[in-house]
Design a protein around this ligand. Structure first.
Ligand SMILES: [Zn+2]
Length: 244
């Protein structure tokens, strides 16, 4: 039942005053569970950009400004659906457990240094990007924190982003804050806050543990309630506080 219809019916029958504040919050979410977990068909914009409309428009403006200042923003990764993330996860899981002979739990800990559990990636939302500067001629291992630091090929680009990205709504997610837990420092990963903040709010209302227990990808049988709770606390929520 739609909220408005319900209110009308309720007041017509004289019940309005006796009812508790209408519905649990998830009814107010504009985002479905499938959408938040990367399982919905989302409308994406921009050739080679693949973001939600508002994020794409703002990205293009930022790209233009960066270009004027001598940087050629290149998209390494943007939207990624559940099934792509599942592929990444399972490939790493097999490499660590079979090729490297690691125990399942150690392999999982190792994967989540940089990769997310399928269904929990911010890249599922169409708001998050991994970017580099296209000008320096770097072809391999571009997503390496050292390349964005002092003396690295993307040092100037990172400084430009520090100075300008927030004007366009893009915030660094996994900062270099030493007390931060969860994913390691990712100087390339930005999020379009005007959309991703409400999406994270909606995401937090899902029962992630229950949803993940329904999935059957390699290694998921080793997830315990405690592991997922810590993962949510550290990897999903211990991010740049401006994105909460
Ligand atoms: Zn990323």
């Amino acid at each position: 039942m739609k909220r408005r219809t319900f209110i009308r019916t309720a007041s017509a029958s004289g019940l309005a005053c006796t009812l508790p504040p209408i519905f649990p919050n998830f009814y107010n979410s504009d985002y479905s569970m499938e959408e938040l977990m990367g399982k919905a068909d989302v409308e994406l914009y921009g050739e080679g950009i693949n973001l939600r409309k508002e994020a794409c428009d703002s990205f293009l403006e930022m790209k233009k400004a960066a270009f004027t200042d001598g940087f050629d923003i290149k998209m390494v990764s943007s939207f990624r659906d559940y099934y792509r993330q599942e592929g990444i996860w399972e490939r790493k899981y097999l490499r660590f457990t079979e090729d490297d002979g690691m125990e399942p739990l150690d392999a999982i800990e190792k994967i989540i240094e940089y990769s997310t559990i399928p269904g929990t990636s911010r890249h599922h939302w169409g708001t998050d990007i991994d970017i580099i500067d296209g000008y320096p001629n770097i072809t391999n291992n571009v997503l390496d924190p050292e390349k964005f630091g002092p003396g690295g090929p993307f040092e100037g680009f990172k400084l430009w982003m520090d100075e300008n990205s927030e004007k366009y709504g893009f915030y660094l997610v996994y900062t270099n804050e030493s007390k931060r837990r969860g994913f390691k420092y990712e100087p390339w990963h930005y999020s379009y806050a005007p959309l991703s903040i409400p999406m994270l709010t909606a995401y937090r209302k899902l029962n992630i543990l229950k949803l993940l227990q329904r999935e059957e990808f390699l290694g998921s049988e080793h997830f315990t309630a405690g592991f997922i709770r810590t993962y949510i606390q550290d990897n999903i929520l211990d991010i740049n506080p401006k994105l909460l």
